[in-house]
Design a protein around this ligand. Structure first.
Ligand SMILES: Cc1ncc(COP(=O)(O)O)c(C=O)c1O
Length: 399
C-alpha cells in the first residue's frame, strides 16, 4: 500500500523531532528545561473555565460553521480597541490559528503557486506548504539585522505572476521581530501594486515590548481587499489547548470561499468557543501584565546571551522567541549533545535547532530558537546550562 506523495514529502516538526532524546534524558533522571516549544506557562484566565462550567444545555449540537454568535460578538470590540472595524461577516472561527492558516492557504493557492515569506519562518507553515504543494519564495533576513526586511526593490524582485500572497508572522515566530510601521507599509504597497494577498499572522499581537508602535495590517487603509488576518487565543490568553482561532478579512469573495471549508468540517467545539468568548472579555489589564512578564523574561535572556562569548543575537521586539547564532559546528548536534552528554547538577535544556525554520538549504545550521516561556528562576538556570555547555561542547567553532 502506498501513501500520497504529498504526505510522504512532509518533514517532521523541528520543534518536536528531538523529543525522543529529551525523553531518554529524563528516563536517566535528568531534568530538562524545555525552551524548544512555544507553550506558555502562564495560567489561563479563570473566566474561561467559569464560562464553560456555567454553560447549560441539553444537547451539544453542531454549532454554526462560521462560529457561535457569542464569540463573534466578543471579538468585534476586541479589534475595535485596536482601531480595526470588522463586521460579523468578516470573521470565521476556526480550530486554532493552524486551521485558519490551512483554510486560507487552501482557498488561495493552486499546486505550484508561489508564496513569498520572510525566512526564517514558523516551521508548521513549511509542512502546510509541502502538503499543499505551494512553492516557497523566501525573503532572506538575518540575525545580524534583527531579521528585519530588505528594501521594497528587493522584495519586488521576487514577486512573479505566480505569486499569490505574502505571508508574514508579526510579531514573528521564530524571530521575535516586530516589523516597523514602515516595513508594514512597504509590504502593503507591494501587495496593492502587484494585486496579491497579505496573509498576516498576528497571533502574538499583544507580545510587543518597549511601547513600540505596532501596526496590524487590519489598520492599513486601501488594502482591505488584500488583507487576511490569522488570529488565535492560544498565546494571547495562554489557551493553546482550547483550539480556537480566527480568519478575519474584509474580502467578501475570499470569505465565501474559506467558509466552504468551514462547512466541510462542520463546526468548532462549542464549549471551547463559549470559553473563548469569555476570554475576549478579560480585562485589558491581564494582557498588560502578561506583556510585562514576557518583557522581563526577554531581558533576562538577553542579558545572559550577551554575556556568552561567540553568541550572536539581537534583542527581539516581540513574541517570546530568540533566534540565536551559536559558536557551534551544528546546532542540532549541539542540542542532542546537551540532552545526551551534558548536565549541570543533573539538569539540562532543550532548544529547537533552527535549520527547520529556513527554506534555503544550509541556512540556520548554527542557530537555535529559544522560547522564553519559563519563569525567571528556570530561565536563569537554563541560560547557565547553555553558557557552561557552550564552553565544554567538543564541536565549538570559536574560542
Ligand atoms: C506564528 C504562529 N502562527 C500560528 C500558530 C498556531 O497557533 P494555534 O493553532 O495554537 O492557534 C502558532 C503556534 O505556535 C504560531 O507560532
Amino acid at each position: 500500500m502506498k501513501f500520497s506523495d504529498r504526505i510522504t514529502a512532509m518533514e517532521c516538526s523541528p520543534i518536536r523531532k528531538l523529543i525522543p532524546y529529551a525523553n531518554k534524558a529524563k528516563e536517566k533522571g535528568k531534568k530538562v528545561y524545555h525552551l524548544n516549544i512555544g507553550q506558555p506557562d502562564i495560567a489561563t484566565p479563570r473566566q474561561f473555565f467559569d464560562a464553560v462550567k456555567n454553560f447549560n444545555c441539553e444537547i451539544l449540537t453542531y454549532s454554526p460553521s462560521n462560529g457561535i454568535p457569542e464569540l463573534i460578538d466578543a471579538v468585534i470590540p476586541y479589534y475595535r480597541n485596536y482601531g480595526m472595524e470588522f463586521s460579523k461577516d468578516d470573521i470565521l472561527v476556526t480550530n486554532g490559528g493552524s486551521e485558519a492558516l490551512l483554510f486560507t492557504l487552501m482557498s488561495l493557492f493552486d499546486k505550484g503557486d508561489d508564496i513569498v515569506i520572510p525566512e526564517p519562518f514558523y516551521a508548521n507553515y513549511k509542512s502546510m506548504f509541502q502538503v499543499l504543494e505551494i512553492n516557497v519564495v523566501p525573503i532572506s533576513t538575518k540575525v545580524e539585522e534583527g531579521f528585519h526586511l530588505p528594501s521594497k526593490a528587493e522584495i519586488e524582485k521576487i514577486i512573479t505572476p505566480k505569486t499569490k500572497a505574502i505571508l508574514i508572522s508579526n510579531p514573528g515566530n521564530p524571530t521575535g521581530t516586530a516589523y516597523t510601521r514602515e516595513e508594514i507599509n512597504t509590504l502593503a504597497s507591494v501587495a496593492k501594486e502587484k494585486g496579491i494577498f497579505i496573509i498576516s499572522d498576528e497571533v502574538y499581537r499583544e507580545f510587543v515590548y518597549d511601547n513600540l508602535d505596532y501596526a496590524s495590517f487590519g489598520t492599513i487603509k486601501d488594502i482591505e481587499d488584500n488583507v487576511i488576518i490569522i488570529d488565535s487565543i492560544s498565546k494571547r490568553y495562554s489557551a493553546c489547548g482550547a483550539r480556537v482561532g480566527l480568519i478575519v478579512s474584509r474580502n467578501k469573495e475570499f470569505m465565501t470561499n474559506a467558509f466552504k471549508l468551514c462547512e466541510v468540517r462542520l463546526s468548532v467545539a462549542e464549549l471551547e468557543q463559549i470559553g473563548a468568548a469569555a476570554l475576549y472579555k478579560t480585562p485589558q489589564n491581564y494582557l498588560k501584565e502578561v506583556n510585562e512578564e514576557y518583557k522581563k523574561r526577554r531581558d533576562i535572556v538577553f542579558e545572559a546571551l550577551s554575556s556568552m562569548e561567540g553568541v550572536v543575537c539581537r534583542k527581539p521586539e516581540g513574541a517570546f522567541y530568540y533566534m540565536v547564532k551559536l559558536p557551534v559546528d551544528n546546532a542540532e548536534k549541539f542540542v542532542i549533545w546537551l540532552l545526551e552528554e551534558f548536565d549541570v547538577d543533573g539538569e539540562t535544556l532543550m532548544m529547537a535547532p533552527a535549520d527547520g525554520f529556513y527554506e534555503t538549504e544550509g541556512r540556520g545550521i548554527d542557530e537555535v530558537r529559544i522560547a522564553y516561556i519559563l519563569n525567571e528562576s528556570d530561565l536563569l538556570k537554563s541560560m547557565n546550562i547553555l553558557k557552561e555547555g557552550l564552553k565544554k561542547y567538543p564541536g565549538r567553532t570559536t574560542k
